[in-house]
Design a protein around this ligand. Structure first.
Ligand code: SF4
Ligand code: SF4
Length: 301
């Protein structure tokens, strides 16, 4: 099923230190509501079955989100909203908002949570939001962004103590987190495949990766183009037929890194997105990978 991270607006009401947003100046780009509605109809025609309304903070435009979710529901698109839970100060306010969205067809909420988010938003907001979802029957999960340091253990314990559904997610060392001190990791020698959901920005630019991909500025490796010059179908076909993207999806970043000459000892000290950046946000490395693509595709056991 084709899926898309839909960037309706880049505006956020908080400023997390780890956010992949880079600008010092507040970034307040937003799509017009009617443009978003027209795009959603086009997305359905192109076979997109799931939309995740992602960062900035979509709940800043609650009325617009309600209309967009309702439209998606009418035309059979699964919807998720990613949020920092600022709106869930009390269980009453959380219940009222969750009820409204559920009635309009929202399928899932993803609640962002981390020691960085929680410097701005009381963690009880996340608890209120999750409890409302449980009560009202809206699917939810908590995305627990972590650098796996000891500091994060009490935050994780809070989620466990309240029996909440959560999934740890490694912080991405891009944007404001670009200067963070990297954690020392030694993972298993695992493939590091990535499913790569595309991202659509408020300016109608599309990227093949919804996370740090739009920040690969040295090579623009993940940039698919603008919807001003391409149809949605063309962009998806570009994403689905790019041979290097397909190797990221199927072979994984670890074998690509090994093929590119990184030692196995070095490879296991990087997370997935970091490996991806080393390989694909370096013009020389990218040129080498394109040149050697047929050998790499045949490089299987
Ligand atoms: S990580 Fe999310 S909540 Fe935090 S500043 Fe970025 S968009 Fe806002
Ligand atoms: S591994 Fe690469 S393609 Fe996958 S999310 Fe990270 S930056 Fe994007």
């Amino acid at each position: 099923m084709r899926k898309l991270a839909f960037g309706y607006s880049t505006r956020c009401n908080i400023r997390c230190e780890h956010c992949v947003a880079t600008d010092d100046i507040p970034d307040n780009r937003k799509m017009a509501l009617q443009t978003a509605k027209d795009l959603i109809v086009e997305l359905a025609q192109a076979g997109i079955g799931g939309i995740s309304f992602s960062a900035g903070e979509p709940f800043l435009y609650l009325n617009d989100m309600t209309e967009l979710v309702q439209l998606c529901s009418q035309i059979g698109i699964y919807t998720r909203i990613v949020t920092n839970s600022f709106w869930a100060k009390t269980s009453e306010s959380a219940d009222s908002i969750v009820t409204g969205l559920k009635e309009n067809g929202l399928c899932q909420v993803r609640l962002s949570y981390s020691r960085w988010h929680q410097k701005h938003i009381n963690r009880n907001n996340v608890l209120n939001a999750a409890r409302s979802c449980q009560k009202i029957g809206l699917n939810y999960f908590i995305s627990f962004v972590t650098d796996f340091s000891q500091e994060d253990e009490s935050h994780e314990q809070f989620l466990r103590d309240h029996g909440l559904t959560f999934f740890p997610e490694p912080v991405i060392y891009a944007g404001r987190a670009g200067d963070f001190k990297r954690r020392h990791i030694q993972t298993d020698y695992q493939a590091n495949c990535c499913i790569m959901n595309p991202y659509l920005s408020p300016d109608r630019d599309m990227f093949a990766c919804c996370d740090a991909g739009s920040h690969f500025t040295k090579t623009n490796f993940f940039y698919l183009g603008s919807l001003n010059d391409n149809t949605i179908e063309q962009m998806f076909v570009k994403s689905e037929t790019n041979r290097l993207y397909n190797l990221i999806r199927t072979m994984g970043l670890t074998p690509i890194a090994s093929f590119a000459g990184m030692t196995s000892r070095d490879i296991i000290s990087y997370g997935k997105c970091d490996l991806c950046r080393i390989l694909f946000n370096c013009p020389e490395s990218l040129t080498r990978l394109w040149t050697n693509l047929p050998h790499m595709e045949a490089w299987c056991r």
